[in-house]
Design a protein around this ligand. Structure first.
Ligand code: G4P
Length: 530
């Protein structure tokens, strides 16, 4: 029992959110370096080298027992067991990216010091906000020309509407990035070495009162730091643990993932400040992770992970109880008991089988087509359902028709199944009924996946016509007749697969117009929250 409690307490399950190129991959690699999971980081100069770094992990994982899946990276650091959930960006950006945040207990937001808050970070941030999870900010690339740190904090607050608290303060930037000042310990950490990011950075530590730092940092930086520190103490928001826990205040750290400067101070503070697995809302109230009855929910389904077999893997986050290979659980939505049995059906990664896992961990199970996003698995003696995973408003839309009209049945079946899996969203125009199918995705790659899967799994060829719409919103009051609304001529009235009414807009201006013209209308970016 004590072991069970300790296993949960030492777990840290988080996602790293960022805009492409802000440094998520580099920071992840450096966390592994500091965690002792790898001895030398692959040079992250150049995308090719990055790939090399990833393949290094695979080798290392075999030696050290780190498990890498496309969904989670698990490793040990001091006494912590860390699960970093992958939030695919770039081309792979899709609803999975959002759903993964549903499985995280906290988030690390990486921001490029010269660019500030960027579009994708903003979108991911909104989802974190919805869950009220703690968000820690790492301002990266301080070794390059950076915005003024005070301005950066103001900018984050203005763009995201979250308060900030600087945990440490940068000493210089660009080539003159000399260290950070830790406000809680009133300690200067001056950086040296790091072997251009290959090895952990060396540091000299001391107090702001210690005049030897005048020569280490130089007069100018030393004086500047004293001034900044005074100003911060006067002007800064108060440190408030409760506000951090609710995601209302973000602790901010400055550093450079590439040179390793500031990575270790960030990691040790973050792991101590962030939360162990959190309780989850369910039909019977909150489910405590320390409850010994097993429970988990499915947050991602990945088709065709292995090209040789047509397989699907359902990824689930364990919320309570200990998972043991072969255990029998109740699949609540199907009302059936299933055995999480044949070992080869489990994957921590391609070649490893999970023997046991704890709340906070993610396991992947072979899916013969029985799982859907949001499904609950639990101990049969204690049945309940976890709160549903919301549907996120797509930003890309296309009209889909099948090329061979004789294949209507396969087409409808295929597109419905793929939508139920959560790979794409399907809408119908209210007036035209089934005749016109509009699909929506958070990322454009989702359309390619749809096209390929319909062809290979259902033998249906489709024509995809990209539509110029950008936003869709669910109508909050579903008793409201969409035809009574005063809308611009280019706004479409739709319903989703569950029959919920939505509006499709060309742009944000259309949304504004609709809500101004129709006082009773309120719209939501997230669907199916009940
Ligand atoms: P991502 O996963 O968020 O997309 O970012 P990634 O870590 O791949 O980093 C993007 C680029 O930024 C990489 O350059 C990486 O070396 C660089 N980078 C990451 N952290 C830092 C940092 O702290 N300082 C500096 N100066 N650079 C950093 P790259 O692979 O060479 O590609 P590119 O520069 O040609 O785009």
């Amino acid at each position: 029992m004590a072991d069970y409690v300790n296993e949960i307490k030492r777990r840290r399950t988080f996602a790293i959110i960022s805009h492409p190129d802000a440094g998520k991959t580099t920071l992840t690699e450096k966390l592994l370096l500091y965690g002792g999971a790898i001895l030398q980081a692959g040079s992250v100069k150049g995308k090719k080298a990055n790939k090399h770094a990833v393949s290094d992990w695979m080798e290392i994982e075999k030696q050290r027992g780190i498990s890498v899946t496309s969904s989670v990276l698990q490793f040990e650091y001091n006494d912590f067991c860390i699960n970093i959930l992958d939030t695919p960006g770039h081309q792979d950006f899709s609803e999975d990216t959002y759903r993964t945040l549903m499985a995280a207990d906290s988030a690390v937001m990486v921001i490029d010091a010269s660019k500030g808050v960027e579009a994708q970070t903003k979108k991911l941030f909104k989802v974190c906000l919805l869950r009220k999870i703690p968000i820690f900010t790492f301002i990266n690339k301080m070794d390059r020309a950076a915005m003024d740190p005070f301005k950066l904090l103001e900018h984050i607050e203005a763009e995201l509407g979250i308060s900030t608290y600087a945990m440490n303060w940068p000493i210089g930037s660009g080539k003159e990035f000399k260290g950070v000042y830790e406000r809680d310990h009133k300690r200067i950490i001056a950086f040296h070495g790091g072997d251009h990011g290959m090895k952990a950075a060396e540091v000299t530590e001391g107090s702001l009162e210690d005049d030897t730092f005048r020569s280490i940092l130089g007069d100018h930086f030393f004086e500047q730091l004293r001034e900044d520190s005074e100003l911060l103490d006067i002007a800064s928001t108060e440190f408030d643990e409760a506000a951090i826990a609710k995601g209302e205040l973000t602790p901010v750290f400055f550093g450079s993932a590439l040179t390793n400067f500031g990575v270790e101070p960030f990691l040790s503070h973050f792991l101590n400040m962030t939360t162990s697995p959190l309780p989850r809302e369910a039909s019977v109230g909150e489910i405590d992770p320390f409850d010994e009855h097993f429970s988990a929910f499915v947050f991602k389904i990945q088709a065709n992970m292995n090209k040789a077999h047509r397989d699907r893997i359902a990824f689930m986050r364990i919320c309570s109880g200990k998972f043991e290979k072969g255990m029998e659980v109740l699949h609540v939505q199907q009302g059936k008991k299933i055995r999480l049995a044949q070992p080869q059906q489990f994957m921590a990664q391609d070649r490893e089988i999970v023997e046991e896992a704890y709340p906070g961990d993610v396991i992947g199970v072979f899916d013969p087509g029985i799982f859907a996003i949001g499904d609950t698995l639990c101990d049969a003696s204690y049945k309940f359902e976890f709160k549903k995973i919301p549907t996120f408003a797509p930003e890309h839309f296309a009209r889909v028709t099948q090329k061979d009209t004789m294949k209507r049945k396969q087409f409808t079946k295929g597109i419905t199944q793929i939508a139920q899996e959560g790979a794409i969203q399907v809408f119908q125009q209210i007036d035209t009924g089934m005749e016109e199918i509009i699909v929506g995705g958070v990322g454009v790659l989702q359309f390619d996946v749809l096209e390929q899967r319909l062809q290979s799994e259902y033998n249906v060829e489709i024509k995809l016509e990209i539509l110029p719409y950008q936003c869709v919103r669910w109508i909050d009051d579903q008793t409201l007749d969409p035809h009574t609304l005063n809308l611009t001529s280019d706004t479409k009235r739709l319903k989703d697969l569950k029959g919920k009414n939505l509006l499709l807009f060309m742009n944000n201006w259309g949304i504004k117009w609709a809500t101004e013209q129709n006082k009773s209308l309120s719209l939501s970016e997230f669907g199916n929250m009940e």
